[in-house]
Structures are given as structure tokens and as C-alpha cells.
Design a protein around this ligand. Structure first.
Ligand SMILES: Cc1cc2nc3c(=O)[nH]c(=O)nc-3n(C[C@H](O)[C@H](O)[C@H](O)COP(=O)(O)O)c2cc1C
Length: 175
């Protein structure tokens, strides 16, 4: 059985695409966080902004394997208003069954990922074994493929039992 679980939240599809690509490279299972209240149209986008500005934890659903059975979870989510997307905040803050080791991959236009990494570490009380930011453009044009592949190999090694957790950052300058 895989030791690594990927959990993604995606509003417009970019983070899901990154998560699915990593899952395909490494043959890791993928779980998905979704909104209980749909975010269609202008009011939906406005709610995204408010969730970030007010650090809200919107109601979510999770569909996927039970995280407690894994050595490491890779969290994938977008940046909204320079912060972690609210639904992933809810997931991190409310799940009590996440493995000790986690990695965080954020997708964004250009800026804000460090805030999300810091918030995730604060909520979980530990640093990620790896964090990385990807621009929507490099996901769309496929230019992040080599970096993502290398991360997959590195995370597979980090998931070995007994491997110490250590911080790492593979983000581009824009992060
Ligand atoms: C409401 C909203 C706020 C956003 N705020 C930022 C931001 O502060 N910084 C940034 O670089 N990108 C920002 N973006 C762009 C998204 O982070 C980026 O397009 C991301 O890849 C979308 O992921 P998704 O398709 O999985 O939802 C924002 C997008 C939305 C919808």
C-alpha cells in the first residue's frame, strides 16, 4: 500500500491538475476537499476573498482514503488573497487523523505561498517535510513537470518509516 496520500482542494481546477499529475507520477492515492456551499459566480469569488481576509474556516466535505493510514500527506491548495484557501484551512484545522509528516504544495498567480506554509505549520504544530509554490502558468504549460517529478521522488523517500521530518523549500522566487 502507498505510504503517501495526496489531498487537494481546487476552485478552478489548477490545483487539482497538479495533484492529479503528481498522483499519476507516483501512483499515490488522491483525496479531495470540496465546498459544502458552492462558490459559483461573483458571490462565490467574493466569499473566497472574505474567507482569506477573515481567516474563515468554511464548511467542507472530504472524499478519499482515511489519512490516518498513511506515513505522509501532501496537501495541495490555491492561494486566495495572499492566504491559504479557506477550505484547506478547514481541513487542516479540523482533521485530527493526519499523519505527522506533511508536505504543502500551493498554486497561485504569483504571490502569497509563504503565508500559507506558515499557517499550515502553525495549525499543525510542525513544519512540513517539503513546501513548494507553483504558478498557475507553469502548471498550465507543463513547465513544472521536472520539478514535480523530483519532488515526488524526494517525498517518497521522506515517507519511509523512521525518516526524520525536515523542512525544505523548493519554491520559485515568485513564492
Ligand atoms: C479569489 C481568488 C484570490 C486569489 N488571490 C491570489 C493571490 O493573492 N495571489 C496569487 O498569486 N494568486 C491568487 N489567485 C490565483 C490563484 O491562486 C491561482 O489561479 C490558483 O492556481 C488557482 O487554483 P485552483 O484552480 O486550484 O483554484 C487568486 C484566485 C482567486 C479565485
Amino acid at each position: 500500500m502507498s505510504k503517501v496520500l495526496i489531498v487537494c482542494y481546487s476552485y478552478t481546477g489548477t490545483s487539482r491538475r497538479l495533484a492529479q499529475t503528481l498522483a499519476a507520477y507516483q501512483r499515490w492515492p488522491l483525496g479531495e476537499v470540496t465546498d459544502r456551499a458552492p462558490r459559483a459566480g461573483f458571490t462565490g469569488a467574493w466569499r473566497c476573498m472574505l474567507d482569506s481576509l477573515l481567516r474563515r474556516r468554511p464548511p467542507i466535505r472530504y472524499a478519499g482514503p482515511d489519512p490516518s493510514g498513511f506515513e505522509l500527506v501532501v496537501l495541495v491548495a490555491p492561494i486566495w488573497a495572499y492566504q491559504l484557501a479557506g477550505p484547506m484551512r478547514t481541513f487542516i484545522a479540523t482533521r485530527t487523523d493526519l499523519p505527522r509528516r506533511f508536505a504543502m504544495l500551493c498554486t497561485m498567480g504569483s504571490r502569497g505561498a509563504p503565508n500559507a506554509f506558515a499557517e499550515a505549520a502553525h495549525l499543525l504544530g510542525r513544519v512540513p517535510v517539503l513546501d513548494a509554490a507553483f504558478t498557475a502558468r507553469e502548471i498550465e504549460d507543463g513547465s513544472c513537470a521536472d520539478r514535480l517529478r523530483a519532488m515526488g521522488v524526494s517525498l517518497q523517500a521522506a515517507a519511509a518509516p523512521g525518516e526524520p521530518a525536515r523542512p525544505a523549500s523548493w519554491s520559485p522566487q515568485a513564492g
